[in-house]
Ligand binder design. Structure first.
Ligand code: FAD
Length: 399
């Protein structure tokens, strides 16, 4: 870099070189990349965060915004619980859309209730607060909950929700305003070269960035950087269908609502003594099992309801198998199941979309060192909004 240059960037030939030499460059402004940037900033590092879109468009804005460590086994619950602390800490200084209304798991029969009772015992052992609620207590807390659905619930008072379409951009805003983050949106990284002493990045618009280390949190974008590594990985893509129901005029349903099919699906329940026997009785051909449907509700502050979801899977080398279309039969099935759980004031659908995330078939996250200076971290699966902040806090990326 020419010693005479005093600006943020200087031009040399057709390339523009950013002047700052960063301790850490994070590629990917989704929740996983953002909280690794946050951790490095808290340690006093010079950090830049780069995303290819004007605002992030990946998994981190397509989801429910439920932060539910209660759904995880012991290892990931620790990350999730730390995330709750971090989210609440940031919220106390800057509005990132966190609301602390807790999460409820609603049982629809005695088998699911047994699993809730067993999970309550496990959580007591982990010192994680949860409260068993009677059917009546659930109906009092959640207006519109159907008496012929709910036999009881398990409530997690510490858990929070976020507004997925806003939260990540607000966290970026907070980091820019209250820490020293350099944020480069609308910047597509197309190349990375590392030497013994530093790493250089090139973007599609001719800019160059230099740093000590690079963390790539590319979400489910596998064709731009190191495609050969992903092609040989055990990563799979997951497609989830989602609905947004119109604003409920007066009905307000607080927090995250997780229901019977979720109790039969989430990782935390697999640690319950009765889980295997209860699952063994299920019909493997059932429509809900075939399409990985379970029913979750989350109301936004203005009263509309995010409803989902389904799960379809494809190998990282065959993403096109998932298609771009939305299956109307899946949407109708999810609405029909949801109607068995709540009487809502309106079931009119405002929006439907599908979201995607990446996960590994044999590991809980994809963590691959390209060399001493470049790490790829992705494939956090359906756990990212809940666990990323805590994972970034507890798991050092470069020693
Ligand atoms: C429908 C749905 C519902 C979900 N619900 C929940 C939930 O309620 N709770 C929960 O805990 N989790 C939930 N999840 C999971 C969660 O959303 C993901 O685990 C998480 O968002 C993954 O974050 P990420 O940062 O790894 O990926 P992403 O959010 O996809 O971010 C990756 C970013 O990298 C950028 N990028 C990639 N390549 C480049 C490049 N070369 N140059 C520049 N930028 C690049 C992309 O633009 C993108 O912004 C849900 C997921 C989906 C799809």
């Amino acid at each position: 870099m020419p010693a005479c240059c005093q600006d943020a960037a200087y031009v040399c030939g057709n390339a523009m070189f950013m002047k700052t030499h960063y301790d850490l460059i994070v590629i990917g402004g989704g929740v996983l990349g953002t909280f690794h940037a946050y951790e490095a900033l808290m340690q006093g590092q010079r950090v830049c965060l780069i995303d290819k879109n004007i605002t992030p468009q990946g998994s981190s804005v397509q989801n429910f915004g439920q932060a539910v460590p209660s759904g995880f086994g012991v290892k990931w619950q620790r990350y999730g619980r730390k995330s709750l602390e971090i989210y609440k800490h940031i919220q106390s200084k800057f509005d990132i859309t966190v609301r602390n209304n807790g999460s409820i798991y609603l049982a629809s029969n005695e088998e699911e209730m047994t699993l809730l009772e067993e999970l309550a015992v496990i959580n007591r052992g982990q010192d994680y607060s949860s409260q068993l609620l009677s059917a009546e207590a659930c109906r009092n807390r959640y207006p519109g909950l159907r008496a012929d659905y709910c036999v009881g619930g398990l409530f997690f008072p510490e858990e929070i929700t976020l507004e997925p379409r806003e939260a990540i951009s607000r966290i970026h805003q907070y980091l820019r305003e209250q820490t020293a983050l350099d944020l480069y949106n609308n910047t597509l990284v197309i190349g990375i070269d590392s030497s013994d002493s530093e790493v250089w990045l090139r973007s599609s618009d001719g800019r160059s960035f230099s740093g000590e280390r690079v963390l790539i949190c590319n979400g489910y974008e596998f064709q731009l950087l190191f495609p050969e590594i992903f092609a040989q990985s055990d990563i799979e893509l997951v497609k989830l269908q989602m609905l947004l129901l119109e604003t409920q005029p007066t009905q307000r349903i607080p927090g995250s609502i997780l229901t019977g099919l979720t109790i039969r699906r989430y990782e935390s329940f697999k640690e319950c003594p009765s889980y295997a026997a209860i699952k063994a009785k299920e019909d493997p051909e059932a429509y809900a099992r075939k399409w990985g449907v379970h029913i979750l509700f989350k109301q936004t502050p203005e009263g509309s309801i995010i409803l989902g979801d389904s799960h379809e899977y494809a190998d990282v080398n065959q993403p096109e198998l998932l298609g771009r279309e939305l299956r109307e039969d899946l949407n109708q099935f999810m609405i029909a199941e949801a109607r068995k759980i709540f009487d809502l004031q309106t079931w009119a659908v405002r929006e439907t979309w599908f979201g995607m995330y990446a996960q590994c078939k044999t590991r809980d996250i994809f963590r691959h060192y390209v060399d001493d200076r470049v790490l790829i971290l992705t494939g956090i699966g359906g756990k990212g909004m809940t666990a990323s902040a805590g994972y970034a806090h507890y798991e050092p990326i470069f020693q």
